[in-house]
Every structure is written in C-alpha cells, then in structure tokens.
Design a protein around this ligand. Structure first.
Ligand SMILES: Cc1cc2nc3c(=O)[nH]c(=O)nc-3n(C[C@H](O)[C@H](O)[C@H](O)COP(=O)(O)OP(=O)(O)OC[C@H]3O[C@@H](n4cnc5c(N)ncnc54)[C@H](O)[C@@H]3O)c2cc1C
Length: 517
C-alpha cells in the first residue's frame, strides 16, 4: 500500500510541492494491487541488496512483478544499510510527541541542503520536488515499516539540524538499519517470485535503441559474464568508502580522512556510461563523530558514534572544553572540529584525525543504553566516575549542567539537552559518565546519479539538447544525487532508500509489463 501512496503522491507533487505536508495516506489504495492480476511475467532486475534495493524488491512484488531478481556483489545483502544506528525520519507519525503534527520536515531539509538548494546544477525545481516527495512520503514509510513489516520504530529522537524529534528507532538492542534490513529480508524470503543472487557483481548496463534493457554481471562462482534482461533499478550505494577512486576524483582534499563505510568502489561510472547525469558529486558528508578505537587508533574504517548519543544529551570536548552546539548539522560540527589542531602522532600514512572527547552524563548514558552497551563492549566508550575526570572537564560539566537545567543560555546556542541529568560536577562526583574519543569521518555522499520524482535516472540528450529520463532505468538510495544538497539530515538516508526504492519498484514493474504487452 505504501507504493500506491508514494507513487500517487509523486504524480501530484510536481504541481503541489510546498512546505505543507499532506499525508500521502489519503492517496493510498490506487495502484498497488491491480498489476498482480495481469497474468504477465515482468522481470525487474535490482542491483544492490541494501535498504534501497530491498525496498524496491518489496515494492515491485507488491506491484505485481512476477519475477524480481536482486543481484548483490557481496556474499551477504545489507550493504552499509545494516550499519545505520540512529534511525529513520518520519513526520508526522504516531510515535512523535507534542501537540501539533510536525510540519517542518520539508523546511528543515531545505535549510540543511544549504546553498545547493538554490543552485541550478541539478535544477532547483527538481530538488524541491524530490525533497517534497521524500518528506511527504516519510509518514507512510514509517507506517509501512512498522505496520506491514513489523519493525519497532517507537523511539523518536531529535538529531542535529532537525527542529523537532522525528528520527525513529526501536527500543531493543538491534540498531535500526539492521532491524529494518532483517525484517525486509524475512519478508522477501517467503516470496516465490523473488530471487536474491549474492556474489553477483553487475559490471555493465545493456542498451538497445537508446533504452536500458538489462545488465551484464559476473558471479564469484562462475566468472564468465552473464546477462539478465528487464527493467533495471540501480541501488548500489554511495562512494564514501571508495577512498582511492571516486572520492579521490571528486574530493581530493578529503584524502587521508577515515571512513565509516566499507571500502568498496563507487559504481557511478556504470551509469554515466549510458548517459546518466551525475550531480553534486563533490558534496560529501563528513560525520563529526567516528570512534577512535584505542587499540587500533590508525584504522582507516571507524565505527560511527551515533548521532543520538549527542541528541540524548552528549557533549563534545576539546581539551576539556566545549566548542560547538552539538546539535548543529554535521557539516557545521565537522568544520568546527577540523578548525582545531589535529592529532599529530600518526606519522606518514596514518589517517588525519582529531582528539575530541564525546561525554555522556548518566542521564544520556541511560537513554542511549543499548548503544552505550554495544560501544562499551567494543571498548569505544568507557565508564568513568566524574571525580576521575580532569579539572577542565569537570568545570565544563558544571557549566553545561547550568545550561541544561535552564539557569543560563548556552553560548553555542544549544537549546535541546536530551536526557542530560547531572546538576554539578562536584555533588555528583561518584556518578559515572561515559567517555570516548571521536574524530571526523567520511560518511555519506550526497552526490550521485540524477533522478526525477519517479525515480527515473535522468540523462542529457545531445540530440534534443535537454535533460530527460533514460528509458528502462531507475535508481534509489545513496547512489542517487540531487536531493540533500550541501548536507543530508541524519535519518534521511534510510528514508530515501524506502521512499524512492518503493517508487522505483512500482515504476519499473509497470514499465516491464507495458513492454511485454
Ligand atoms: C555507520 C553508518 C551509520 C549510518 N546511520 C544512519 C542512520 O542512522 N540513518 C540514516 O538515515 N542513514 C544512516 N547511514 C546512511 C545509510 O545507512 C546509507 O546511506 C544507506 O543505508 C544506503 O543504502 P543503499 O541501499 O543506498 O546502499 P547500501 O546499503 O550501501 O547497499 C548497496 C549494496 O549494493 C551492492 N553493490 C554495489 N555495487 C554493486 C554491483 N556492481 N553489483 C551488485 N551489487 C552491488 C553493495 O555490495 C551493497 O550491498 C549510516 C551509514 C553508515 C555507514
């Protein structure tokens, strides 16, 4: 049912995008089940088994596709999606607290997109439209995951750059990305018309008469190239882990920073080879807080210190002092850290890092208990008594406590304090706080292949001298660009995977049917 809501919404959004959020649920029930009755055998080929690919698969099946094949290059599906730890955005949802429905998700996203929102590189109208589809589809996306897939998304927190709490996760131990992926895989496992082929890497898109007609791929078992024909949905993720390749090409200045992503090559070249437009490729998100593991401080891949650690009350310190509003957007916090002196002890070849302390008081530790338990188990966070902290840190705790309890305004502008509880550093000196070392990490690539509101990949036609959708090709998830602009809001990537994955699945299925009729 989500398919119908999102696609119908996408159809009208071009005419109606505004800051107002109209619940897509009013549009549900239009197209989803009709194709299932058609009796045809459309083939939908999905490339990439992260959240975007899995969402597209569910959507294609719900839309009546009788043969959906998902090709995944790794031995297991899940991609970077299973690492997602803070949650998925949705507004308005039944889990959000507060009297009025949340209507500011669109404007928060526009603000976060920054200067690129009004730049013309990928077309301002298209970005506005895509943000409208994303934010307006968010309520239905959360409802779908909770109600139809059975994912617990009942805990909501406020991440940096959001004006209210709208990032949903479960109350249990499993992080949200892994919980959503596992539930979708379980649902797909029971689908007779779905096939997941792991260890199968797509190397090329096939074209004929100006249309994308399928893919060429190699399986790890049989290295000879194989071909699969059908509507193609590309969901291969971003290039934040491609340090020596795409990242070096588009952002050479980020060379040497560690990453949260698996070290895998970006796949955008396969798309540009068939004429797809790449946009915002130099817009790369640096996450301010990747954990520095004391046992392997120079590791190039870091475990993310989830943003919710700060949203639940955590603070960031350099030499015992705060230096930024910890709930600012990621780009602002990362820039504030990178303006500080870096660590100088890694020598040649080590990653570029900074010595920043993340500190959670007992209230924040409790509110983020499942995450904290995981990080403590990995040795990334330590529990320390307040009296064991150095004098500048204790003084900072006392200052921040006064701010968090409303006695003073914050000089950095923080107004939301999560579950911070400590009153002073002296009276509470026997209590335990959680501390860890963090540093900025390459985290997410806002750039990618340009799509429209129907998740169609857009290219430039030299004959017609204009941009237009490429026939037979859709894309969803982090491989796409043209939505987030300068900065993606935390929680909006899982969301784009679901929203645009569903649209792509439905659209690709329709196309496959029409082609075969
Ligand atoms: C540590 C971490 C924490 C995060 N936390 C959050 C969060 O809390 N909220 C949020 O919204 N976002 C979060 N993100 C971002 C979000 O997880 C990702 O942007 C999103 O999950 C990407 O999903 P995807 O399906 O587009 O790509 P992926 O999940 O990366 O999946 C892509 C898949 O495609 C496969 N593939 C690639 N090329 C090929 C090929 N040629 N042939 C076949 N298969 C191929 C890959 O192996 C991979 O499995 C986080 C990211 C990280 C790294």
């Amino acid at each position: 049912m989500l398919v119908a809501g999102l696609v119908a919404f996408a159809a009208v959004v071009v005419y109606r995008v505004s800051t107002a959020i109209s619940a897509p649920k009013v549009l549900l029930g239009i197209t989803a089940s009709t194709a299932a009755m058609s009796g045809r055998r459309p083939t939908v080929v999905i490339v990439g088994g992260g959240l975007a690919g899995l969402s597209a698969a569910i959507s294609a099946l719900q839309s009546g596709a009788r043969s959906v094949v998902l090709l995944e290059r790794s031995a297991k599906p899940g991609g970077n999606s299973i690492k997602a730890s803070s949650g998925i955005n949705g507004a308005p949802t039944r889990y959000q607290k507060g009297g009025e429905p949340d209507r500011d998700f669109f404007s928060d996203t526009v603000r976060s997109a920054g200067k690129r929102f009004s730049s013309s590189e990928s077309g301002q109208e298209n970005r506005r439209t895509l943000i409208g589809v994303l934010t307006n589809g968010s309520s239905a996306a959360v409802d779908f995951l909770a109600d139809e897939i059975g994912v617990d998304l009942s805990v909501v927190s406020q991440l940096g750059g959001h004006s209210v709490s709208r990032t949903h996760r479960g109350a249990g131990r499993t992080p949200p990305g892994a919980a959503i992926v596992a539930a979708l895989l379980a649902k797909l496992a029971g689908e007779p018309n779905f096939q997941l082929r792991t260890n199968s890497e797509v190397t090329k898109l096939l074209t004929s008469h100006g249309r994308v007609t399928g893919v060429e791929y190699r399986s790890a078992r049989d290295r000879a190239p194989a071909v699969l024909v059908g509507s193609v949905i590309f969901a291969t993720g971003g290039f934040a882990g491609d340090a020596q390749g795409s990242l070096a090409q588009y952002r050479p200045d980020l060379a040497g920073l560690p990453s949260t992503n698996d070290p895998l090559p970006g796949m955008h070249g396969i798309l540009s080879d068939v004429g797809a437009t790449l946009t915002d490729m130099d817009s790369v998100q640096i996450h301010p807080t990747g954990f520095v593991d004391r046992t392997t401080p120079t590791a190039a891949v870091k475990i993310l210190a989830a943003e919710l650690l700060r949203s639940e009350g955590g603070i960031l310190l350099h030499r015992g002092r705060r230096f930024v509003n910890e709930l600012e957007t990621r780009d602002v916090i990362s820039a504030a850290i990178m303006a500080l002196p870096p660590r100088g002890d890694h020598g040649e070849g080590g990653p570029r890092q900074w010595d920043i302390t993340l500190l959670l008081d007992p209230g924040a530790c409790e509110a983020a208990a499942h995450h904290v338990g995981f990080y403590v188990g990995k040795g990334l966070l330590r529990r320390v008594k307040v009296r064991e902290l150095d004098a500048p840190t204790r003084a900072t705790i006392a200052e921040f406590a006064a701010v968090a309890h409303g006695d003073e305004a914050d000089k950095f502008g923080r107004t939301v304090f999560g579950h911070w509880r400590l009153k002073t550093a002296w009276e509470d000196s026997e209590l335990e706080v959680c501390v860890g070392m963090v540093t900025p990490v390459v985290h997410f690539t806002m750039g990618g292949v340009l799509i429209n509101e129907r998740s169609q990949v857009v290219g430039f036609s030299p004959e017609e001298q204009r941009s237009k959708p490429l026939t037979g090709l859709w894309a969803a998830g982090e491989v796409t660009g043209g939505i987030h602009g300068d900065n993606r809001l935390g929680g909006s990537s899982l969301l784009e995977c679901v929203v645009f994955g569903f649209i792509a699945g439905e659209q690709a299925t329709r196309f496959a049917e029409a082609s075969q009729s």
